[in-house]
Design a binder for this molecule. Structure first.
Ligand code: ADP
Ligand code: MG
Ligand code: MG
Ligand code: MG
Length: 399
């Protein structure tokens, strides 16, 4: 059994030589820590030509962006690697390939995606990837269907619910998504100009009942193995290609949470566009984001229904018409969780580049106001939006 120690740049090179599966391990000579996330160390490993070949990612025993005062389980590296391996079985095309992992060192070696770009950064620049949303919907359909009771053997499913038990990372989500934005909390980070709007959320009993329902289903609906953090910063894109990374929040939860998180980040981008781009480009970008929302949902729903018709193994769940009825509930959850993502990214602590990169303060405040207002309406309307066209209409009505 290996003992945990935090890797130096040299340790990362040595580890990649051993476990990177490259033909000529001695050609790996250098590394650079590039982690820009909130939690972990990420090393790029370079060959003698200076080309990045392999990634080594290691969990720290605390939250990186806060420090040692916020300890966090190392088991998240195992959960990340095992979630990505499981998702990779069902959707290899869109899941980063894990080459090796070691639970004691909390480290994994993975495919290098340096020829891709993080989708959030591209969205901030106003760059459109016309296939990305359809591919993301396809990833969600494959991973969520194949890990659900529609497909898994009931014994295996119950074992996997235990294997993917992730209380500490779920606790972060439970606090940041469902509690703090609706309370007075020192981690909240909304602009002070919006104090009255934040106060209105705290005083809105109907909203808080709806959020309680979403949190309750997050606690208890073990429908499928979720990615758990599928925002645009966990997705790499390139021309015609898409790969998902960073699944340390993986656990068995409600399917609508992953879809809502994904769509919520497209809508953050929609709200932020006027602050980031000149008017003509912003208008185009907003139309593209609405198309992305539509493509993500349609690709997920069509994919899930096709898989259910073809591959359901449970005799009752395979009953014609049942998968479609189930998707109706997933749709309502999707809208609700999308609303909570919009609010936690604006009112709560997990602020994103889409908003932070807006230079004009007044414009930034207006974009945040729009995101919060949209989030609130979606949470309240979650059970009353019949289909994707009605959702797009609601978003347009929000302004
Ligand atoms: P965290 O869990 O700390 O958020 P991420 O897995 O999101 O870490 O990785 C942080 C950053 O490291 C990414 O935004 C990206 O720039 C880089 N990175 C992560 N995985 C890869 C990869 N497979 N290929 C290339 N770069 C990567
Ligand atoms: Mg990340
Ligand atoms: Mg992460
Ligand atoms: Mg993350």
């Amino acid at each position: 059994m290996s003992q945990y120690r935090t890797f130096t740049a040299a340790d990362a090179v040595e580890y990649a030589r051993q476990f990177g599966g490259v033909d000529n391990p001695d050609s790996l000579v250098d590394s650079l820590e590039v982690g820009d996330g909130n939690l972990n160390l990420v090393f790029k490993i370079f060959d003698t030509q200076g080309v990045s070949r392999i990634i080594v990612k290691q969990a720290l025993p605390y939250v990186r962006c806060v420090g040692e005062s916020w300890p966090l389980t190392l088991d998240r590296a195992r959960l990340e690697a095992e979630t990505l391996i499981e998702h990779g079985k069902f959707c290899p095309e869109h899941t980063v390939k894990i080459l090796h992992y070691d639970a004691d060192l909390a480290v994994m070696v993975m495919e290098d995606l340096s020829d891709h770009a993080i989708w959030r950064g591209e969205l901030v620049k106003g760059k459109n990837y016309p296939l990305a949303a359809t591919q993301l919907g396809g990833y969600l359909a494959q991973t969520l269907f194949h890990t659900s009771d529609f497909f898994q053997h009931p014994y295996q499913k119950k074992k996997d619910v235990i294997r993917f038990t992730n209380p500490e990372l779920c606790d972060i989500t439970e606090e940041l998504f469902f509690n703090e934005p609706y309370e007075q909390h020192d981690r909240n980070a909304y602009p002070r100009e919006l104090e009255r709007l934040a106060e209105a959320l705290r005083d809105d009993e109907e909203l808080k009942v709806a959020v309680a329902g979403l949190k309750h289903r997050f606690f208890s609906n073990a429908e499928a193995l979720l990615h758990g953090d599928i925002h645009s910063g966990s997705i790499f894109v390139a021309e015609g290609r898409l790969k998902v990374i960073d699944a340390e929040f993986g656990f068995y939860g409600p399917i609508g949470f992953d879809i809502g998180t994904a769509i919520g980040n497209l809508l953050i981008s929609y709200c932020a566009a006027p602050g980031l781009l000149v008017p003509r480009e912003a208008a185009d970008a907003r139309e593209q984001r609405l198309n992305d929302v539509r493509d993500t949902w349609n690709s997920f729903a069509e994919g899930f229904l096709a898989l259910a018709a073809e591959k359901s193994t449970d005799r009752a769940l395979a009953t014609p018409g049942y998968a479609r009825e189930f998707l109706g509930k997933v749709w309502s959850d999707t809208i609700g969780y999308c609303g909570t993502e919009l609010i936690r990214r604006t009112v709560g602590m997990s602020q994103v580049a889409d908003i932070k990169n807006i230079d004009d303060r007044a414009m930034q405040v207006e974009c945040v106001r729009q995101a919060i207002t949209l989030g609130r309406s979606l949470i309240l309307l979650a059970n009353h939006v019949p289909d994707i066209d009605a959702l797009i209409m609601r978003i347009r009505q929000n302004g």
